[in-house]
Design a protein around this ligand. Sequence first.
Ligand code: GDG
Length: 472
Amino acid sequence: MPRTIIVSNRLPTKVLRTNDTLTFHASEGGLATGLGSIFRQEGNVWVGWPGLFVDDEQEEGYVREQLRQDRMVPVMLTEAEIRDYYEGFSNSTLWPTFHYFPQFAEYEQSHWDAYVAVNEKFCAAVLEQAGPDDTIWVHDYQLLLLPAMLRAARPGATIGFFLHIPFPSYELIRVLPWARELMEGILGADLIGFHTFGFMRHFLSSVSHLLGFTAQNGRLEAGDRTILVDTFPMGIDYERYVAAAASDSARQHEANYREALGDIRAILSIDRLDYSKGIAQRLRAFELLLQRYSEWRGQVSLIMVVVPSRDQVAQYAALKEEIDELVGRINAAYRTMSWTPIHYFYRAFPLDELAALYRLAEVGLVTPMRDGMNLVAKEFVASKADERGVLILSERAGAARELSDALLINPTDTSQLAEAMHDALVMPEAEQIRRMRAMRQLVRQYTVFAWTDLFMNRLAYSKNQQHSLDTE
Ligand code: GDG
């Protein structure tokens, strides 16, 4: 029975060391959340880094065995590899470039060398697992070189690649000293997927400029191979969020939060700590709302969850300081004995508490500067079983292409964002229901399961087609 081998930087399980004991935990983040349930449903294998450095061979053997029982294969990385390949090239070169923050990008030859070496390490781990009929599905920007490495070793393999973050304009890609190699790396796949048409268009433009290959109707002619390129907007496990929001535990947490807040209305934002998420801009817009519409003072609070992330990278530490300072300043200026303008949490919440926050909030505020998709927007919508509530969504999140019934805003436009918050707070119930119902319909239909099926079917199709061309 052919299997699917999922390959991503992180495994869906994170191994933690406390004192001398190793413990295994489900990891957070869009990809783990999204693909986790699919991976568990089918008999597939997942190859990736388990999130810890092993001390010795015995410990490595233990980790391998524990993960193997859950069909996971760890790629062990050293501290130097994580520093140079992950924090370095992936998160300090590719991430800022692909999210239109080239001013934050570093161009370090040693980081590039580590990126190549670690992609090779992943390649070896996948080749150990993959049989000739298996399908290999590579995920995201940490592994852009892997499709071509796999192709070189297994010319006949079926390889898919999906990019979870935006693909930027050629004008940003061309700045990278290794732009050509990166494009060639991706082109090792049979099918290349993006969240939106815009990202795909930028990708094809870069391929054409850098490698001279052109595409027609989603077919890229690259030498002797035809590669399919398409859009697959990723969804969520809708029923999981509906069930979480309806659970006794979420209701109980919501009741506790409600008691603490009294009559105060809640606007919610949830993100990983990241400059691409527009957190500081959102705080300034909330401050402007309080300045401009004094009637909301004492009436509305912003509940802001920021999940710690990448705090070893300098820009993230600086962003954390900026957020701390803004929250402190706004709260100090406006708070009263009975009202706190911003409830700020710098930590992750368990799913039932997250679901309670989704239930509680009348307004969901999702305002990234750039975002591949943004699953929080979809989870908020799925959690609103009573169809009340308003989503304010950045037009630069991939999700905006689908969730057009949200209040779409330009996150750089502080004034527009403050006005959208005001509009959301005064929106008549009938309009809330009309918008929320349309969005729920869409999120219910295009789930993460549908997304996987579409991608896998298209990948199988691309291979069959290649095969019939070869035998003509
Ligand atoms: C990348 C792309 C794309 C967040 N806080 C908590 C928590 N979360 C969960 C959310 C959601 C996930 O993490 C975040 O997903 P996003 O899509 O918003 O963002 P990234 O992690 O940056 O993911 C992104 C995604 O890949 C998929 O392609 O959408 O654009 O950047 O599921 O619920 N979960 C829990 N507690 C928290 O405090 N339990």
